[in-house]
Structures are given as structure tokens and as C-alpha cells.
Ligand binder design. Structure first.
Ligand SMILES: [Zn+2]
Length: 243
């Protein structure tokens, strides 16, 4: 029962972050007057009809309404459902791998923000600053409360090296090779994970990144972008049982 509740709590947050993401993305491309920013309620993307509680229950609404809007009968974007399911499983996974409530609380906060970034980066190839600030805040609080000085030193050194590599690569290629957001995520990971796990996350993410880059290059021929934040979030979740 607890596990179902945990999965569902995750999917509610997934739904929240997905709607926040699409609002932030449209705010980037539209002027504020074009946006219905004052309305706290959600609307159907297609017909604009205001949605009620029954339309907004994660996963269940989608199944009950068979993936269509109650008002215009048009298909609802599957991204919402995907985000709800992903967050549900992330939370389920964390509930198995947290040793105590304190651990669990920090894991929930850290992985909520890193997966919110992951969803955004996967769709738009961008890391929202606001999530990054929260992630940094959670990581710093974690490291201060535990007094893990070794994490701070190791994270600073590795992030410094990676930032240096970025500057050199940017200079050689005359374009931004990877974003500053990715560098800051690496720093947060270094604070949150002990040096061995952190190294493993970076190693796994690099391999996964190269694999995706290679596959995209071969299959799509010109698509060079890789959502590196998404890859690191997955890597971190995979390594999280190690602490
Ligand atoms: Zn509609």
C-alpha cells in the first residue's frame, strides 16, 4: 500500500513539473500578454477549456478519458502521462533505496529537481535556471548537514577540470559544446554523491552520451545535440543505491 502511495505521490509531482515545464517553454517563446499567466488552473491545450479536478488526476484521468479531452474530444499530449509514469517509478525506486526518513526526504528533493530538469532538457535541450538553483540549494544543504568535506573538495576539482575542458573545446570548435547548466549539474552531483559514486555517474553518463550521440549521428545524420542533463539524471538514479 505504501509503495502504491509513493508511486502516486511521484506521479502527482511528475504532472506538476510537466505542466510547469510547458508553461516555462511557452513563456520563452511567447510574450506575457499572449499567455494566460494569471490563471492558476490548467486548460486544455487544444480547445482552451478550463480543466477540473477530474481531468487532472495523474494517470487515472488519462485512462478514464481514454487519452482524449472531455470537451473537444481531441487527443491529450502523451508527455503528461510519460512524466507521471517516470516520476512514479523514480519515487518507487527511491523508496527502496533510502535507509531512513532523512535520506528519503533529501533523495525526494534532489531527484525531483534533477528529473524536472531531465524532462525539460529532453524536450527543449535547455536547463531551466530556476530548477538549477533549487538543485544547488538541496545539494549544499545536504553536504552542510552531513559535513561531507571530501564531497565539496572532489566536486570542486572535477567541476573545475570539466569547466576548463568546456572552455578549451568551445574555443577550438568556435561554438558552445555543452552548456554551463550541465557543468553546474555535475557540481551538484558531486556534492550529493560521495566521490566513488560521483565518478561512476560521470563515467556511465559519458558512455551513454557517446552512445546516443553516435546513434543519432548515424540514424539522423545531422542531429548533434544530446540531452546530457537527462542522461546524468538517469545515471544518478542508477547509482543511487550505492549512496
Ligand atoms: Zn479540449
Amino acid at each position: 500500500m505504501n509503495l502504491i502511495l509513493f508511486f502516486y505521490f511521484g506521479s502527482i509531482l511528475g504532472s506538476f513539473f510537466q505542466s510547469l515545464n510547458s508553461r516555462m517553454a511557452s513563456q520563452d517563446s511567447l510574450t506575457e500578454s499572449q499567455l494566460n499567466v494569471r490563471s492558476p488552473r490548467s486548460n486544455c491545450d487544444k480547445c482552451g477549456h478550463q480543466l477540473s479536478v477530474i481531468d487532472l488526476i495523474p494517470i487515472l484521468s488519462f485512462l478514464y478519458l481514454k487519452g482524449r479531452c472531455r470537451f473537444c474530444d481531441k487527443k491529450i499530449e502523451a508527455q503528461n502521462l510519460t512524466a507521471e509514469i517516470i516520476f512514479g517509478f523514480v519515487f518507487l525506486f527511491l523508496s527502496f533505496n533510502s535507509f531512513n526518513t532523512f535520506d528519503l526526504a533529501f533523495n525526494v528533493l534532489f531527484f525531483s529537481f534533477i528529473f524536472a530538469i531531465a524532462l525539460y532538457d529532453f524536450e527543449y535541450f535547455l536547463v531551466p535556471k530556476i530548477y538549477l538553483l533549487f538543485l544547488l540549494f538541496v545539494s549544499c544543504s545536504f553536504v552542510v548537514m552531513h559535513g561531507y568535506l571530501i564531497n565539496v573538495i572532489f566536486a570542486s576539482v572535477i567541476t573545475g577540470i570539466i569547466f576548463g575542458m568546456k572552455l578549451i573545446l568551445d574555443y577550438i570548435k568556435k561554438e558552445e559544446t555543452f552548456g554551463l547548466g550541465d557543468v553546474l549539474i555535475i557540481f551538484c552531483l558531486g556534492l550529493f554523491f560521495e566521490p566513488f559514486s560521483f565518478s561512476l555517474i560521470l563515467f556511465l553518463s559519458s558512455i551513454l552520451g557517446l552512445l546516443i550521440f553516435g546513434l543519432r549521428f548515424i540514424l539522423l545524420n545531422k542531429e548533434k545535440k544530446v540531452p546530457f542533463a537527462t542522461i546524468m539524471a538517469i545515471g544518478a538514479l542508477g547509482i543511487s543505491p550505492l549512496g
